[in-house]
Design a protein around this ligand. Sequence first.
Ligand SMILES: Nc1ncnc2c1ncn2[C@@H]1O[C@H](COP(=O)(O)OP(=O)(O)OP(=O)(O)O)[C@@H](O)[C@H]1O
Ligand SMILES: [Zn+2]
Length: 298
Amino acid sequence: MRIGAIEAGGTKMVCGIGTPEGKIVDRISFPTEHPDITMPKVIAYFKDTKVEAIGIGTFGPINLKAGDRRYGSITTTPKPGWAHYPFLDQLRSQYDIPFGWDTDVNAAAYGESVWGAAKGLQSCMYYTIGTGIGVGIYSGGELVHGLVHPEGGHIPVRRHLADPYPGRCPYHQDCLEGMAAGPAVEDRWGQKAGDLPMDHPAWAIEAYYIAQAVTIAILMNSPEKVILGGGVMQQRQLLPLIQDEVKRSLNGYLQAEEITKRMEAYIVTPGLGQEAGLYGALALGLKAWEESRRNASI
Ligand SMILES: Nc1ncnc2c1ncn2[C@@H]1O[C@H](COP(=O)(O)OP(=O)(O)OP(=O)(O)O)[C@@H](O)[C@H]1O
Ligand SMILES: [Zn+2]
């Protein structure tokens, strides 16, 4: 049996085909252009593949409200052609199979819980720190949806005392994303984040902001694992700085051994590496397939 996976990103659209055991057997990537250009390529890729379900993890914000007329669409985005685009309906009109639909970060959190760093756990949180900052929440064995979906990249943060940078979020200016996403690091220091030396003061400031978000995440959601992915986390020195900062800000309040003794195994990078999003989409497709089988047998 084959399951399809779509990781719809702001810059590229990755499509793949995988097995229920979590092996990706084929993949392809297209630039994310206007949907009139990109979607026909996505639809054509799955033709004749006999996939029995497709999972989609996408950039957002998206409509996840079950029963809503616009369920399955992208909502507000400055990306030309994508605002209110009925992503899921376009695929459904071509393929009469079950579909999984969620944010890219929820998909990644789910993929990590099935095959990655949070395997076997009932909860985890997944952050991507890249061009933007996104958060996926898996809790009590379910992905969290609600009013909309988690948007933890835009939480307010306390400013680092040595940081005069104004921030660059078009909505909030100095929210987490405005202060700590890759473009903010590059804007603040005037060079590519990947070119900043490991011992540059940028990384202590970066860790300070990310650690605030992670501290709030731990206190609010009590995840059994915190997973930090995205381009900025390629800076290996960041993870220990963040772990230390989280410990410092919790200041002994939480006595869980994951925090007091095993922090290096608690706040981690993705077990599925750069592929967490695509595997997450595969896992969502598999879940949709299983649910449709269950419903059919009732
Ligand atoms: N080696 C690196 N070190 C630090 N930062 C990096 C590195 N490589 C890329 N980045 C930063 O990561 C950002 C790109 O993030 P990522 O690779 O996660 O892409 P993306 O998928 O476009 O992001 P998003 O997850 O927000 O959609 C760039 O803005 C850059 O500032
Ligand atoms: Zn913001």
